[in-house]
Every structure is written in C-alpha cells, then in structure tokens.
Design a protein around this ligand. Structure first.
Ligand SMILES: Cc1cc2nc3c(=O)[nH]c(=O)nc-3n(C[C@H](O)[C@H](O)[C@H](O)COP(=O)(O)OP(=O)(O)OC[C@H]3O[C@@H](n4cnc5c(N)ncnc54)[C@H](O)[C@@H]3O)c2cc1C
Length: 390
C-alpha cells in the first residue's frame, strides 16, 4: 500500500516517545497521523534501555510524569490493550551521606506528588536485600511498587495500537529536512520523497541535533555512550532483587528475572557519534562493568557474564528533556534530550505532548518547565534539592 503524501500530524521516530505520542494522538482521534522512522521500529535507544521505572526525582514535574506514567504501566492492558510488562520488584535510591538531607526532602516532595515511597533504615534495607553491602548506608529511599519494564515492548505496543487505530507507519524512511515557510512547518523531506503536514513532531533522540541544525537550530544536546552488563547470579545470591540507583557507588542495577542481574554504568562518555558507536563490548569491559555492581553486591564478583548492551543517552545541559514547540516555528514540536530518563516517563510524555499540540497545553502534567527555549533564555532547570549528579 502506498503511504499518503499528506497528513495532519507527522511523528518522526518510533522509540518509546514517538510511538507514545502517535498512540495518544490516535486515541483522542486528533486526525491523520503518519509515523516515519529511518530504521525499523524502536531500533534506537529504546530497545537498549535498562527500563527502570522509579519515582525518585528532584523536580516535582519529573515526579508527576513518572507517577502518572506508572499508572499507565500498571494498567497497561486497560490503556493500551496489550499484556502488561511491568515487573514490580521494588526500587531503592542510595545517596552519599553528604546528601541524606536532600534525599529526605525529595522523598517528602515525592510523597506529596503521589509517589509510594518512604525512607528506610539500613537495617530494614538489609532485611529486604541481604546480599547488599551497607556499611556506608544509614538510610535509603524505598519504592515497593516500582521496578522495570521493556523499552522494545512499550514502543511496539504503542506503535501497533496507533496503527490499529488508523495511523500509517513508514519504516526505513529517513527525514533529511523540515520544510519551513514563513515561520511555519509545512512537512518534511525524506529519502522516499516529501510528506506534507501542518504539524511535525520530532522524537528523534540524539539524531535530533543534525536534523534541527539543518533547519538553523542548535540543540544543546550531546550523545553519551553507556555500557550495561547482564550477569548470571552466583548460586548463593538471592534472586529477584530490587532495582537500585546508587550515587554513592556510582552504579545502577536491577534483577533480570530471578537468576540474573543487570548492571549499568552511572556515567558515560560524551560527544560520541550516534551513528558510529561500539555495538558490543569486550569481555574485559564486561568484567569492568560487572565489578561496578560488586561495589554494592559483593557476591557479583563470582557472577558469570551473560551479555552486554551498549547505547546512547541524549543529554541536555540540565539533564532534563526538551518538550514543546521549536522557538519561532509554528507547528514544529520537539521531544528529545531525555538524558537517560525517557523510558519511565514515556507514557505521559506522549499524552501531554498530544495535549499540548491539540489543546495548547499539557493538562495531565504541566510540561511548560521543559520548554525547548529555556537554554537560549539562560534558564536551565534547577530543582530545590538537586543531587551533585543531577
Ligand atoms: C543503555 C541505556 C539504559 C537506559 N536505562 C533507562 C532506564 O533505566 N530508565 C529510563 O527511564 N530510561 C532509560 N534509558 C533512557 C531511555 O531508554 C531513553 O530516554 C528513551 O528510550 C528514548 O526514547 P526516544 O523515543 O526519545 O528515542 P529512541 O528510542 O532513540 O528513538 C528515536 C527514533 O528516531 C529515529 N530517527 C532519528 N532520526 C531520524 C530521522 N532523521 N528520520 C527518521 N527517523 C529518525 C531513530 O531511528 C529512532 O527509532 C536508557 C537508555 C540507554 C541507552
């Protein structure tokens, strides 16, 4: 079937963000939606995501996006019509002793916003996670209902449902330029020809930078390379443990099923080419990442390597996304710069972007703080009780 050359909305990108936007536009019957991706569906960062779902953030708007998205993940079948895939293994946030006061204040704020979270003592944490080394921990934040999902499943479920509701999808169609006339977007140029629409939404991850540069906009986003190791637990280790973000040991991890642990690097290498980064990691590098996990779970020193994952974060200067209309171009919207947090908030980023586009503002969550023009205006976001690692 030939795709139509015109639409009401063109969504570029089929990661968790673009697919969610397309789903929500279709769900509210907003008009004809055409979805384009230069690859197959969800081949970008989304299918490589560690997919932690947690509410622990320092900015109330981030927590609102996470809490409302959690409600969708937890009721996936009702909302999206596909089997749910959220694994509620629990989540723990550990910070250095110097940041305990921020941790307590952030948990207080998160509870007010609706997150199921509380401060627990190291003794209680030891009962939950007997394998964890806790000699440097007095308290931690604990979210019993949080856990992890699957980036590929989330993106494909949103995309399939959008298509079932009538959206058109063209894979392997690379957008080379936006067509802009008199301050208004008119459509896009691609390697398969031009497509017209009065509204274009770019959910293009780290590839947003060259796309917007061609239109005269310099996005302050860098691609950051990250490595992940999936490990087979040693026999004596308890399986199914909580997800953890540990800014004292500079590592994050979570169980992967009952017998495996996923360990991810906390920091990555900036300025990498998103079209030319290592697709695999050596055995030496895998051991290096595994040993980061052993800083908190010493038993992981005796784990076996299953496989590695590599991927890119699209990092903005304040480590928060750019959501909204491109300054000076009517109808051209951007949703990128997720800085390693895009998975858990994708359901409601899609919903609020659809609200912004159709109703003029994000209603479920006010996303105006994430306006893409904030950096040019010299107003990056700063949370009241920010951590050193943001
Ligand atoms: C290793 C790793 C671990 C992560 N862990 C977590 C986590 O635990 N929790 C969490 O919340 N987040 C996590 N993230 C971040 C999260 O996965 C991302 O923020 C999210 O997947 C981004 O989705 P996206 O749709 O914006 O981008 P992507 O999934 O990268 O999708 C962008 C799409 O745009 C397409 N595209 C780009 N340019 C063009 C063009 N010119 N024309 C046509 N198509 C184009 C690409 O092909 C791609 O399909 C992690 C990310 C990585 C890499």
């Amino acid at each position: 079937m030939r795709a139509p050359k015109t639409a009401d909305f063109i969504v570029i990108g089929t990661g968790v963000i673009g697919s969610s936007i397309a789903f929500h536009l279709m769900k509210r019957n907003a008009g004809r939606v055409l979805i384009l991706d230069k690859n197959l569906a969800a081949q970008g960062g989304s299918s490589r995501s560690s997919a932690l779902v947690r509410m622990h953030y320092t900015l109330p708007e981030e927590v609102r996006l996470a809490v409302k998205s959690y409600e969708i993940f937890a009721n996936w079948e009702d909302t999206v019509g596909r089997p749910g895939h959220l694994k509620q293994i629990g989540f723990v946030q550990i910070v250095p002793e110097s940041e305990i006061e921020q941790l307590k204040k952030n948990v207080e704020m998160q509870r007010k916003v609706g997150a199921n979270t509380r401060i627990i003592s190291s003794r209680e944490l030891n009962e939950i996670e007997p394998d964890w080394r806790l000699d440097d921990v007095s308290v931690a934040a604990y979210e019993p209902d949080s856990g992890y999902g699957d980036g590929s499943v989330t993106a494909n479920d949103f995309l399939e449902r959008a298509r079932e509701m009538g959206a058109e999808f063209l894979p392997r169609t690379c957008v080379s330029a936006f067509n802009i006339e008199a301050g208004r977007v008119r459509g896009v140029a691609t390697d398969k020809g031009g497509f017209e629409a009065p509204t274009v939404i770019a959910a293009t991850g780290p590839w947003s930078v060259p796309l917007f540069r061609a239109a005269g906009f310099e996005l302050p986003i860098e691609a950051e390379f990250h490595r992940v190791a999936i490990l087979k637990n040693p026999p004596a280790m308890k399986g199914g443990g909580c997800a953890l973000i540990d800014s004292a040991c500079l590592v994050y991890l979570r169980s992967e099923g009952d017998g495996m642990t996923l360990v991810g690097e906390f920091t990555g290498t900036r300025g990498v080419d998103p079209d030319d980064f290592p697709q695999s990691i050596s055995h030496e590098e895998l051991a290096e990442v595994a040993l980061l996990g052993a800083r908190r779970i010493p038993a992981l020193e005796n784990s076996g390597v299953v496989r590695g994952v590599t991927g890119m974060y699209d990092v903005s200067p304040d480590a928060r996304p750019l959501l909204g209309q491109t300054p000076g171009v009517e109808g051209l919207y951007i949703a990128c710069g997720f800085s390693g947090m895009g998975y858990k908030i994708s359901p409601v980023v899609g919903l609020t972007m659809a609200e912004l586009i159709v109703d003029g503002r994000g209603k479920t969550v006010d996303i105006s703080i994430f306006d893409p023009g904030r950096f040019a205006a010299g107003e990056p976001i700063r949370a009241p009780h920010e951590y050193a690692d943001a």
